[in-house]
Design a protein around this ligand. Sequence first.
Ligand code: PNS
Length: 159
Amino acid sequence: MTRIAVYPGSFDPVTKGHADLITRSLVFVDRVIVGVAVNSAKQPLFGTDERVALLREAVAHPAVEIQAFEGLLVEFARRVGATVILRGLRAVADFEYEFQMALMNRQLEPALETVFLVPAFDLTYLSSSLVREVARFGGDVSQLVHPAVVRALKKKFAK
Ligand code: PNS
């Protein structure tokens, strides 16, 4: 039996924290489908196609597929045959939101299990929003994201 997980998120943009989590998950799942949420409530810096393309460059692995999805995560998971939802837990601050989402998703689809992974210690503080903010003001984010993302951020914020 092939164990498939979905790893959903905004990925605006993908960071080394996301890539680390995907690598860790491949210890216990056979395939990871990264789901890039199209209709996130947030107004993203990068469009859906840009976020998907950056993920494809940053996370090139034969067991990992990148797809955009619209609508409910549980529907997307059902479509791709996933039995697991992956999410990262960085700090206590993440917990309430993640717990709420996990319980709501279970309510919607009891057969789908949410699994939380702890990121690498040195990536714990990392978030896409911080990366965007630092890059916006010309700070160096090259240790935190793939070179393709560094280039994309520079282009986005070029005056
Ligand atoms: O990276 P993010 O922004 O924290 O990811 C949030 C995401 C995309 C996982 C969440 O908003 C989501 O699942 N959106 C799809 C719509 C949905 O199913 N909403 C109900 C979740 S309980």
